[in-house]
Design a protein around this ligand. Sequence first.
Ligand SMILES: [Zn+2]
Length: 315
Amino acid sequence: MQDEKQNGLLIVNYHYIRDARQYRYPGIYPLERDAFVGQVRWLLSRFKPLSTEEIEAFVHGETALHEPGLCFTFDDGLGEHGWAAREVLEPLGVKAVFSVSSKPLIEEKGLMVHKIHWLRANTEPEKFRKEFMSLVPKEWLRRAEEENIANAAAQSYPYDSRGFASLKYMINFQLPNRIVDDIASEMLRARKVSESSFCRDYYLSKSEIAELCSKGHTIGNHGHSHTPFSRLSEGDLEREISDSLSFFSQLTGKEQTWVSYPHGRQWAIPADAEAFCRRFGFKIGLGLDGGWNKREGSPYLLNRINENDLKKLFI
Ligand SMILES: [Zn+2]
């Protein structure tokens, strides 16, 4: 680690920063606000935060670093990221990168992944499983049986019951995003939660995003609907990116040149990250595999460490 740190760049990524006690059941695993503040102070006491221009020059091999560099990133445009910027980062003079999906802002519809998190965190697990399965279209239930997903599911989720492992497997690997999204919307409706109020509670507003940008933070692309880019057809990928690019350039007056790949792992990222970035004009691509970034790495697939790994590794 010491050698890597010498001239490397550490990028830290945050998702939920909120009070875990507001949720009765598992589904959301947030970092508490105090822990976030502790991590920020700890990181700043050791590493030098870099501007986006300095990072671009370093990862494109144009400059070297003389001390370990640091970058804070926040994915998904969650409401609490506005708090993190205003109350924690800005008083310390730190700028960060906020990667936001455009669907909640354009359509006032929640992202599938967050609706599922929220429903799980507020529903007794077995009730959630039964309710979800009752809404899966019959042909997909049949296909799950034919493909015998129960075994694959048990291998992927060894700590869950067979029923719950199959449910997770269907949500994450088998069912098309569109179907899971429809089921999650139906479950929200059953709880009398409208998508627009869900969005108001969960996400940054347009004016908050414009304000972040005007304060010198970077608004990164995170797709329109948060569907893994690797799972989209050519046409859908084109729409997914160009819709979000034009929305954010109108909102902020700036072209987006950073992208954070939704889900961030190898399976979710376009096979040729460099070709993807060049096609859409991105200078930087952010993944979610942990570790330091070196000058000779690819700028189109940078490593990031998440809040929980950081907790384990350093604090
Ligand atoms: Zn995301």
